[in-house]
Each structure stands twice: as C-alpha cells, then as structure tokens.
Design a protein around this ligand. Sequence first.
Ligand code: CIR
Length: 263
Amino acid sequence: MSFSTHFTHAITRRPAASITKGLRAVDIGTPDLGLMQAHHDAYIATLRETGATVIELPPLDAYPDSVFVEDTALCLPQGAIIMRPGAPSRLGEAAEMAPHLRALYGQVLEITGPESFVEGGDILVTEREILVGRSARTNAAGIAELARLTAPLGHKLREVHTPPGVLHFKTDCSLLDAETVLSTTRLSASGCFQGYRLIDIPDSEEAAANTIRFNDLVLMPQGFPKTRDRLLAAGYDIREIGNSECAKLDGGMSCLSLRFTPK
Ligand code: CIR
C-alpha cells in the first residue's frame, strides 16, 4: 500500500469567524463562513467515507487562515515535522498544531531556524522523493533545514520552483497515485515531473490542479468539468467538493487537511 496516497488519519480545523480577514493575492470577495462550513463538512464526510479517522480541531479566531492546516506540518510515515510558515500572520499556527501531532506520533521534529520558512503547501510527497517548491512563502534556508531533517528519516528531497504568482507548489499540482501527477502546464513545463506519468490540467481550469488522493478517492473542487472528465477517463473515483469560499483565499483541497498514518 502506497504511503503517499493511503492514510488512516486526517486532521482538520473548523473555519473561524475571522476567515473574512484571511490572506488573498487578489480580492475577489469576502468568504461566507456558513457556506465555507458546509463545504468543510462535506470535505470531512468524504475523508471519513474512506474509513479514515478525522480529528476536527476547534476554530482559532486569532488566526484567520488556520482552516488551512496543511501549511503547519509535514507528515511522513516515520514522523512529523512542524513547519515555519512564511506568512507572518500564520507563523503561530504551527505551534497550535504541534501538540496534536505529538499526541499521535512518536517522533515530531521542527523547523527552527529564524531565517527558515517552509509552508506545507509547497511540499509534494511522492513514493520516491519529497518535492519542495521555492515560493514567496518557502525559502532556501527553510528547504535546506527540511532536507537535513528528512534525510535521516530515509527521504530524498528535491528543490523545485513554484511558478511566479502562484501561491504554493501544490496550488498547481497533485499526486493521483504513486506514479501519476496532475499538473498545470505552466508548472510541468519546467520539467520537474520527469519520470512521472503526467495528466495535464485542461486550459482555463488551472484552479482544479489542487486535488487530493485520499485512499481510494480523489477529492477535487466542484466546477471543473473538463478536469473531472479527464480524471474519470483515467479511472479515478472522484468526489467533487464545493470550494468557492476557500478559493477566494487561494485555498483548495490539500490545504484543508493533514493526512497521515501515525507511527
Ligand atoms: C494563505 O494565503 O496562506 C491562505 N489564504 C491560503 C493557504 C492555502 N494553503 C495551501 O495551499 N496549502
């Protein structure tokens, strides 16, 4: 069973009322908390549909973006690593996540360098390596520190680039199975997925690139019929989840959970 797509657990955090103040690259409207909560409930129910245990943490009003838990940690089969988010307003979210991972994992490490910044959204874990995209949130010092922490756990790390103007590396790609990556062509054009089977995101559906393979399902945002049809044709079992409110804050399927099998 592949450790990069099969998980017994997920952690999520309920959106807080302060979500209206969440970070966004471009203001396309204020997210509606009620609708976001409904989408979040559907997301959690879908994770549970696969038989996984989902731990739902309470909202954190002090951190408007705290629903996007993925950015706070990297969960590997051998242990978890607490991140240092590059967005100043999000730095404290990592410490809020740490005790929950310590309760579940035997080994929890931390990125600690004062100049080191890494957000989980920039990290794609595949069966053979960890890809980390340098971005406005993830810097060289952070990637170097992460490489030092993951090497003894038996993982190879490769630095790649998040396209300019794109929030995170995984904003533009997802792992669909041990061999297959779904990616925008603006990202895959860099050649970073050589050796993987690639499924291209159809033109004008770039916002569908952030999906998650979670056990037997692929969760994708609602409203991208060309991508949905391409994934169905490739044989994936798809669930479409409303993402209109998270999308206003540049968030998608992967951002909303930490997915792991504790050890
Ligand atoms: C932010 O700008 O940090 C949030 N509004 C969105 C974070 C999305 N997280 C992710 O892609 N992993």
